[in-house]
Design a protein around this ligand. Structure first.
Ligand SMILES: Cc1cc2nc3c(=O)[nH]c(=O)nc-3n(C[C@H](O)[C@H](O)[C@H](O)COP(=O)(O)O)c2cc1C
Length: 145
């Protein structure tokens, strides 16, 4: 199959799944700002638990900084060589600060408030546990029938 995906000519879902692969060598030169904006916009549409959207992105186009980051990424050459590096991380403090605005949009107000109270308690407890370098995992209780 020969498919040449571009941002303006989307692939069908099966073509996208079949043609997807990891790329570790890149064309030189800058990536157009509008392409980067569109990539970030599309990425931000991904679903997340309770619509928390805990991800944050840092767009790096700085060879010296990329060379430093490469040493923290198993010295993988593509980290330093890429024309753009996007670092993705989760910021739970910021996520909790905006929780009321984002949690379960479209839910009736009372249920949304209950969800906010539950979510705040659960996610801030998980964040504290993670800060103590212990693992944690979300567990959802089954609804009683
Ligand atoms: C969670 C995750 C982490 C990965 N980390 C790296 C990585 O650090 N370096 C890398 O070159 N590829 C990384 N990969 C890509 C995998 O190596 C790649 O998906 C796999 O070899 C299959 O090849 P394909 O993506 O071309 O089908 C990662 C993939 C996943 C899902």
């Amino acid at each position: 199959m020969s498919v040449a995906p571009t941002l303006s000519q989307p692939l069908s879902v099966p073509d996208a799944v079949n043609s997807r692969h990891s790329v570790r060598k890149y064309k030189p030169g800058p990536v157009p700002a509008q392409d980067l904006d569109e990539i970030l916009r599309l990425t931000s549409l991904a679903p997340s638990s309770a619509n928390l959207q805990p991800w944050r992105f840092v767009v790096i186009q700085n060879p010296a900084l990329q060379a430093e980051l490469q040493t923290h990424a198993f010295n993988q050459a593509q980290v330093g060589a890429a024309p753009v590096l996007i670092v993705v991380y989760a910021d739970m403090d910021d996520t909790l600060a905006t929780l009321r605005e984002v949690i379960h949009p479209g839910m009736p107000a009372e249920a949304q408030e209950a969800s906010y109270q539950r979510g705040y308690a659960a996610f801030s407890a998980m964040t504290k546990v993670e800060l103590q370098a212990l693992g944690s995992s979300v567990r959802t209780r089954p609804t009683p029938s």
